[in-house]
Design a protein around this ligand. Structure first.
Ligand code: HC1
Ligand code: SF4
Length: 570
C-alpha cells in the first residue's frame, strides 16, 4: 500500500493507483473531460492537473501514479488557475451555442465550465467548421469537438475498427475519419459507441424527430410504433424518471400520448425471429454439409455491417432471418394491414431502438418486402424518444400505466432478453429444446450463456445433439473471435454477436451518463422482466401462434421467406 496526503487528508491506496482514483477514494472529485478508464488515459484535456509539493510543474492526475509520501493539492492557486485557463482555452475553440446543442444539460464541458465558475473566455474565439453528410445516421460537428480523443480510442480499442484518427498538425490538429475518407466510404459500423462516449455534442445521431411528428400529424397516415427490448431498461434515465416509474407500461402510455395510433412491442417480433432463426438453425444442422459453419445471428445491424466489410466471405454464415425490427416492419405492412383492412401504404412504421445502426438497417435496399415503401419508415433512438417526449410536453411521471396494443404487443420473456448479450442465444435454446424434446425446459436451464464477459462459450447437449455455441459482444472482441474461427482454432455451430458492449442495453442510441457504464444494470433489469413474465418461451407467444395460423402458415414457409428473411449477400 502507498501512503500519501491529498488536500491535507491522509490516504492509503494500493500501488499503481492514479492520483485521480486516490482522490476519489476520499471524496475529492477532480474534474476531467477526456479520461476513460483503461481506454483513454492520455491527459489531453489537462483539466485534471494537480500540484505536488516539491515539484515545479503540475501533473495530470489521471495518468500519474501515487508515490509514498506524496503531498498533493488538487485546488492550490496554481492548480486551479491552470485548470480554469485550460477550460477557457477549450472554450475558445468550441462553438458554445449551448441552447441549440443536442447535449445541452448533459454536456461535461458545460458542467465543468459552470462548476469552475467560468464567466468569460479571455482568448480569441475560433472554431473549426466541417462538412458532413446529413443523411448518414452518425453526425460529427467539428465545431463542438474538444479533441479529447475518446472517439478515436473507443473505436480503435473497444470496437477494433479505428474509424477516427488525428488529422492535420500543429494548431490545425483535429479529429477526422482516418485515411481522409468520407464517413460514408469508411467501414464505420454505425454502432454509435463513439457517440455515447463523446463528452460534448460533437457526435450524435441524425435527428429524425421532425419526419416522425409530421407523420403523427398527417391524418392519412396510420402511425404504428414498435419499441425494442432494451429501450424499456433505459428510457427513464434521460428523463430523470426513477427506475420504478420507468416501467414498460408507462413507456407505452408515454409513446401513445405523442399521438401515435398503435404502440407495439418489438418483443413480439423477437419471438417471431426465434421461430424463424431457430428452425433455420435446426434445418442447417440436419443438412450440415450444405452450409458454412458456424451460423451467425443477424439481428444486430452494426455486426452485419461489420461482417460485410471486414469478413465479406463469411457473410453467407449469417442467418437469413431478418432482425426483429425488420420483421416487425414487414408484418406491420402486410399481416397487420390486413387485420386493419387498410391499404399498407397508409401505414407509417416507426421503431424506437437503443441503436444508431437501426437507422441504417431500415434503409438497406431490399428492406421493403411488404411492397409499401420501406418496411420500417424510420427509427428513433432512445435519446430521440426522450427528446420528443420533452418537446411534446409529455410528462410520463404523471401518466397512468397502459397496455401495449394488440395483437402485436405481446412478447415473451425470451423476447425481452434479446436486449442483453446472450439473450438471443438463450431464447433460441429454450425453443430448440422444445422442438427437439417435445416439452419445455426449465426456462432458467440455459443461464450459463448470461454475463458481461466479452467472449463466452457454451457446450450443450439437447436431445442427444451436441451444440457448441459462442456469444460475443463488442466488435473488438468479435474480431478476436472471427480470427480464431478463421484459423480453425475455434469451432462452433451457433454464434451470437452484438456490436455494442453488453448488447443492446449498452447500445449507441441509449441515454448518456458520462463516465458511467450502465449496460450491466440495464441487463439485469431485462432478466428481471423475463423472470416475472408468465410467458417465457417464444413458441408459446399466442400472437405469434396466431400470425402463423392466419398468415404465415409455418416457420420457413414461402410467405415467411418472402417477408421475414433476407439475402445478406444481395
Ligand atoms: Fe436490439 Fe433486437 S435486441 S437488435 O439489441 O434483435 O437495437 O433492444 O430491438 O431488431 O428484439 C436493438 C434491442 C432490438 C432487433 C430485438
Ligand atoms: Fe467507430 Fe462505431 Fe463510431 Fe463508427 S459508430 S466510428 S464504428 S465507434
Amino acid at each position: 500500500m502507498v501512503n500519501l496526503t491529498i488536500n491535507n487528508k491522509k490516504v492509503q491506496v494500493p500501488e499503481g493507483t492514479t492520483i485521480l482514483a486516490a482522490a476519489a477514494q476520499v471524496g475529492i472529485k477532480i474534474p476531467t473531460l477526456c479520461y476513460l478508464k483503461e481506454i483513454n488515459e492520455i491527459a489531453s484535456c489537462r483539466i485534471c492537473v494537480v500540484e505536488i509539493e516539491g515539484k515545479e510543474t503540475l501533473v495530470a492526475s489521471c495518468n500519474t501514479v501515487v508515490e509514498e509520501g506524496m503531498v498533493v493539492y488538487t485546488n492550490s492557486y496554481k492548480a486551479q488557475h491552470a485548470r480554469r485557463m485550460n477550460v477557457q482555452f477549450i472554450l475558445s475553440e468550441h462553438d458554445a451555442h449551448c441552447t441549440s446543442c443536442v447535449k445541452s444539460g448533459n454536456c461535461s464541458l458545460q458542467t465543468v465550465a459552470n462548476e469552475l465558475n467560468i464567466g468569460e473566455v479571455p482568448f480569441e474565439e475560433h472554431y473549426e467548421v466541417n462538412e458532413w453528410p446529413q443523411d448518414f445516421p452518425l453526425i460529427r460537428n467539428a465545431s463542438k469537438c474538444i479533441k479529447c480523443m475518446r472517439c478515436v480510442q473507443i473505436c480503435e480499442k473497444v470496437q477494433g475498427l479505428g474509424i477516427w484518427d488525428m488529422i492535420n498538425t500543429g494548431k490545425r490538429t483535429s479529429v477526422g475519419v482516418s485515411g481522409r475518407k468520407k464517413i460514408t466510404e469508411s467501414d464505420c459500423a454505425v454502432c454509435g459507441q463513439c457517440i455515447t462516449h463523446c463528452p460534448v455534442g460533437a457526435l450524435y445521431e441524425r435527428d429524425d424527430i421532425d419526419p416522425f411528428m409530421n407523420a403523427v400529424h398527417d391524418p392519412e397516415k396510420i402511425v404504428v410504433v414498435q419499441i425494442a427490448p432494451a429501450v424499456r431498461a433505459a428510457w427513464g434515465e434521460g428523463l430523470d424518471l426513477p427506475r420504478e416509474m420507468a416501467t414498460e407500461k408507462r413507456l407505452a402510455a408515454a409513446v401513445r400520448a405523442l399521438g401515435v395510433d398503435y404502440v407495439f412491442d418489438t418483443n413480439f417480433s423477437a419471438d417471431l425471429t426465434i421461430m424463424e432463426e431457430g428452425n433455420e438453425f435446426l434445418e442447417r444442422m440436419t443438412h450440415a454439409d450444405q452450409y458454412s459453419w458456424p451460423m451467425f445471428t443477424s439481428c444486430c445491424p452494426g455486426w452485419v455491417r461489420f461482417v460485410k466489410s471486414q469478413y465479406p466471405d463469411m457473410t453467407k454464415n449469417l442467418s437469413t432471418a431478418k432482425s426483429p425490427q425488420q420483421m416487425f416492419g414487414a408484418v406491420a405492412k402486410s399481416y397487420y394491414a390486413q387485420i386493419l383492412d387498410v391499404d399498407p401504404s397508409r401505414i407509417f412504421s416507426v421503431s424506437i431502438m437503443p441503436c444508431v445502426a437501426k437507422k441504417h438497417e431500415c434503409e438497406i435496399p431490399g428492406m421493403d418486402d411488404a411492397g409499401a415503401g420501406p418496411d420500417v419508415d424510420l427509427s428513433l433512438t432512445t435519446r430521440e424518444l426522450d427528446r420528443v417526449l420533452k418537446a411534446e410536453l409529455v410528462s410520463p411521471a404523471f401518466l397512468e400505466e397502459e397496455e401495449f396494443d394488440q395483437p402485436l404487443g405481446i412478447g415473451s420473456g425470451a423476447g425481452v432478453i434479446f436486449g442483453a448479450t446472450g439473450g438471443v442465444m438463450e431464447a433460441a435454446l429454450r425453443t430448440a429444446y422444445y422442438v427437439l424434446n417435445g416439452k419445455n425446459p426449465d426456462p432458467e436451464m440455459f443461464k450459463m450463456v448470461r454475463g458481461m464477459d466479452g467472449i463466452r462459450e457454451a457446450e450443450l447437449e439437447i436431445a442427444g445433439i451436441k451444440i457448441k455455441a459462442a456469444i460475443v459482444n463488442g466488435l473488438g472482441n468479435t474480431r478476436k473471435l472471427m480470427e480464431k474461427i478463421r484459423s480453425g482454432e475455434a469451432e462452433y455451430h451457433f454464434v451470437e454477436v452484438m456490436a455494442c458492449p453488453g448488447g443492446c442495453v449498452g447500445g449507441g442510441g441509449q441515454p448518456i451518463t458520462d463516465g458511467v457504464e450502465l449496460a450491466d444494470v440495464r441487463r439485469r433489469n431485462l432478466y428481471h422482466l423475463d423472470k416475472k413474465n408468465p410467458l417465457r418461451f417464444s413458441h408459446e407467444n399466442p400472437s405469434v401462434i396466431k400470425a402463423y395460423e392466419d398468415f404465415f402458415e409455418k416457420p420457413l414457409s414461402h410467405k415467411s421467406h418472402e417477408l421475414l428473411h433476407t439475402d445478406h449477400e444481395a
